[in-house]
Design a protein around this ligand. Sequence first.
Ligand code: HEM
Length: 399
Amino acid sequence: MTLATFDPLDPAFHAGRLGDPHECYARLRAESPVEWNEAASMWTVAKHEDVMAISRDPATFCSGRGVLPTDRARSVAGTDSILFLDPPEHQRHRRLVTPAFTPKRVAGTEPVIRRLTRQLLDALPACEPVEFVDAVAAPLPLLVIAEMLGIPGDDRDRFRIWSDSLIAAATDPDDGDALVAAAELWEYFQAVIEDRRAKPGDDLVSVLVTAEVANEDGGEPLSAAELLGFCMSLLVAGNETTRNLFSGGMLALAEHPDQCALLVADPSLVPTAVEEMLRWVTPVLAFARTATRAVELRGQHIAEGDYVLMLYASANRDKEVFGATGGAFDVTRDPNPHVAFGFGEHFCLGASLARLEARVFFEELLARFASVRLAGDPQRLDSVLMHGLVELPLVLAPE
Ligand code: HEM
């Protein structure tokens, strides 16, 4: 495809049906790194340096007028979210929810993550085709979040349906079924929050409720709506992203058997491999900002109110940062300053949890299976927000 026909809001482009998106990104970086995209009515920003500059300047590039590629609203499925806040409210909100993600709390979840991972992997047959998304990639992040939120086992199937619907609502705000599911989830979380207020435990909702109380002296507690919105945001932000890191990472291993062999021979490489999978897959393709004033970027005049889309997937292949090998999948790459978790003000709050989940998952998987092969064609998710797979048929073998 030519640059003239590039449309970041066309799912066919991201699914690779119009050619390799990375060829288009490379041309954008070289020829038109900051470009007004007529089809989508927004600026696209393709270079790593510019994505970082925008992300670290919320006064000029705000989140309050939308962050999703398709939707310039302030909410996901009718729910306020931390994603759409700007300073100073954003800092206040973030301070109150950060206790739920301290390094100590996240590290403390490793035994639970390992147990859940082992349960799923123990059920996988060796040497015969498995549909990896359904069997492992989708359930694992959901089980981890449900466990962290203290959601009882019986409710977890409903939880998965709700979570999928929220993502559907994020990409298609007119999806009526998804909005009904969001309302059901809202009610469910309301009951959970009431329950933890009455009987605080050790789960994440209890920590958030306690943070709310602990901050009452300071006069700015999390409101009940903020607390609910945050719980909903966790499902939207944490599930599908991590799922697509697992499935995309497995596809990368299947397509690069030499890299898989390196990892099997030296499992201490798993942490750098996880960073490379984050860069290679870039589960969140792009997020947006709105210019709060007229501003110039690489000689282009961005007007106040213009929507600006940061192409993370392009930034993560920028040769100025990743060198001539930026187009290669290399599990030993270090340093690896990818922007898969964003950067600056809204840097992913769940990054250390996602990294831990991925490390544990790949450690456990490669200890069981040294060979990862494709057993059919992977099916891409139709989305302009998420880089995902809906089906990944694999054959896993001990050697
Ligand atoms: C591979 C997995 C993940 C990826 C690729 C990812 C990606 C991102 C990105 C790109 C942002 C920045 C948004 C922006 O700048 O507007 C973000 C923010 C966020 N992420 Fe993640 N995420 C992942 C996993 C998780 C998990 C597991 C959780 C929690 C359970 C989580 C919770 C959040 C939250 C709450 C924010 C908003 C932070 C803020 O607005 O201050 N994420 N994530």
